[in-house]
Design a protein around this ligand. Structure first.
Ligand code: SAM
Length: 307
């Protein structure tokens, strides 16, 4: 999915499966830390919003994650759709290079990186507004070593004691869900507050000049996946709007039980200059912009230091 695209709008049962039962799973709150009072997730909060609404709210803490991350049936598909996560090897080695021991994974999703880092002995906090994705993360081996927070980066500065992380990461092009400049700035400023002086932010974003959306637009065929616990899940693209720097696309998903879900999402492309300027404004100094070895020429892999 790091080079593909995927999100969801629930067509059949609005709010279906988005039940929040904090008591049932203990994934939302970090061990031993006071966490901010985030509004309980009810179906309204977590129901998919109009497609350009992913992260338009300036406070960003009111994020409405796309249902592919927030709908339990589709969150369960994420790891299968994404396949081998060789894209994460690079982040592990960069964090090692930086000597990071405490890491916050912003937009951690189903926790693929967070559990890997925790297994390697790092102290990891994973934060994501999509409860269903956190519930998938929580089922993974070693998930108990991670502090899972149901929220967004904007909730991090309120943590007590403060995180003071050595590094923050955003993988899987999380950076592109922040459609507005306000939401992006609010997220970067919050991450800056959650990282210690001299700490780092490492994230990726697709290079606009690579025009990845043209490849996606050409992908009209139906795809079929065998998803554990769900059986065969078919999906096909149903909509594509390019209104740069925004690209909106929709896919429809077909489940074995006859139910379908239509997904819609909007992603934002930012130029290198926009990324550099927004990082500087949030108190980071860009140390380096690298290539993603598993996706050569496609991504900015940004390493920024908390100035
Ligand atoms: C493409 S997934 C990437 C997940 C994970 N980082 C990975 O590499 O597998 C994008 C993630 O961003 C999350 N997200 C959406 N809006 C967000 C926001 N405002 N703040 C933080 N994360 C957000 C989604 O819930 C989803 O889990």
């Amino acid at each position: 999915m790091t080079t593909g695209r995927n999100t969801v709008r629930d067509t059949e049962q609005d709010g279906d499966g988005l039940q929040d039962d904090r008591a049932a799973t203990n994934i939302r709150w970090s061990r031993g830390r006071q966490t901010p009072t985030v509004d309980p997730v009810t179906s309204e909060n977590d129901a998919p919003q109009p497609d350009t609404d992913t992260a338009t709210d300036p406070s960003a803490s009111e994020a409405h994650p796309d249902a592919i991350f927030a709908d339990p049936r589709l969150a369960a598909c994420y790891d299968t759709f994404d396949g081998e996560r060789d894209d994460l090897d690079h982040y592990e080695s960069i964090l090692e290079e930086l000597g990071a021991r405490t890491v916050v994974d912003v937009g951690c999703g189903t926790g693929a990186l967070a559990v890997r880092l925790a297994a390697a002995g790092l102290s990891v906090t994973g934060v994501d507004p999509a409860l269903a994705s956190l519930e998938v993360a929580h089922t993974k081996p070693g998930a108990g070593r991670v502090d899972w927070i149901h929220g967004t980066a904007v909730d991090l500065p309120a943590l007590d004691p403060p995180l003071g992380a050595d590094a923050a990461v955003m993988t899987g092009n999380v950076a592109q869900v922040f459609v507005t400049d306000e939401a992006w700035a609010a997220t970067l400023t919050a991450i800056r507050a959650a990282v210690r002086e001299g700490g780092h932010l490492v994230f990726e974003a697709r290079r606009p000049e690579r025009r990845a959306w043209e490849e996606w637009q050409a992908e009209t065929a139906e795809s079929v996946h065998e998803v554990p616990g769900l059986g065969q899940v078919r999906s096909r693209p149903t909509r594509f709007d390019v209104d740069l720097p925004l690209v909106t696309f929709a896919d429809e998903f077909f489940f074995e039980d006859g139910s379908t879900l239509t997904s819609t999402s909007t992603l934002r492309w930012r130029s290198e200059t926009e990324l550099r300027d927004s990082l500087t404004a949030a108190g980071f100094a860009v140390q380096e912009i690298r290539d993603a070895p598993d996706r050569p020429g496609r991504e900015f892999v940004v390493i920024a230091r908390a100035a």
